[in-house]
Design a protein around this ligand. Structure first.
Ligand code: ADP
Length: 179
């Protein structure tokens, strides 16, 4: 699925973030930037050890912030490491932190002339954020940013499983109709 926002595009695909050829891919990292499971493990495995070496002096990265490294052996030239919130009950600032995590990643992309980037579904794996709510925050934050920032040409969400893909698709349809 693909929608246009002014001159830019938001795309949803089912797939593996490590295979993307966008200028940058976004890592759902943790505050120590020391690797882990899920997206984080897959990116370090595919990208090789140089990414971890670059991460070391950039840690810690508090929830909501983002850090930039090279892409090592990945097709993407850059990796934007961001840390989403661990979901507790939705009353511990989780929505604001998740929004900040997307926004910080986009701001870092703009600053470094990154034109296309691929996001995973931040916080909805090990960090247990409910996918419906996370999708709404992810898509509305990206949509709002693209309206103001035409320098970003493409934001692609790379969803790993069918269920997450379908929820993002439904949410994007709802948000597009509501415009
Ligand atoms: P978090 O700790 O922020 O919750 P996770 O990596 O545990 O991050 O999970 C975030 C989402 O990314 C989940 O939907 C998970 O299924 C998905 N995911 C895991 N591996 C990959 C991958 N290689 N490419 C894209 N998405 C992935």
């Amino acid at each position: 699925m693909r929608i246009a926002i002014k001159g830019s595009a938001v795309e949803l695909i089912k797939g593996d973030i490590t295979a993307q050829e966008t200028d940058a891919i976004v890592n759902a990292a943790n505050t120590t930037l020391s690797g882990g499971g899920g997206v984080d493990g897959a990116i370090h495995k595919a990208g090789g050890p140089s990414i971890m070496e670059e991460c070391k002096p950039l840690a810690p990265c508090p929830a909501g912030e983002a850090r930039l490294t090279g892409g090592g052996q990945l097709k993407a030239k850059h990796v934007i490491h961001t840390v989403g919130p661990v979901y507790k009950d939705g009353r511990h600032n989780e929505p604001r932190l998740l929004e900040k995590s997307y926004r910080s990643s986009l701001e870092l992309a703009s600053k470094h002339r990154i034109r296309s980037l691929a996001f995973p579904s931040i916080s909805t794996g090990a960090y247990r954020y409910p996918v419906e709510e996370a999708a709404r925050i992810a898509l509305s934050t990206v949509g709002g940013y693209l309206v103001q920032h035409p320098e970003i040409e493409l934001v692609r969400f790379v969803l790993f499983d069918d269920k997450t893909y379908k929820i993002y698709q439904r949410t994007l349809e709802e948000l597009s109709v509501g415009e």
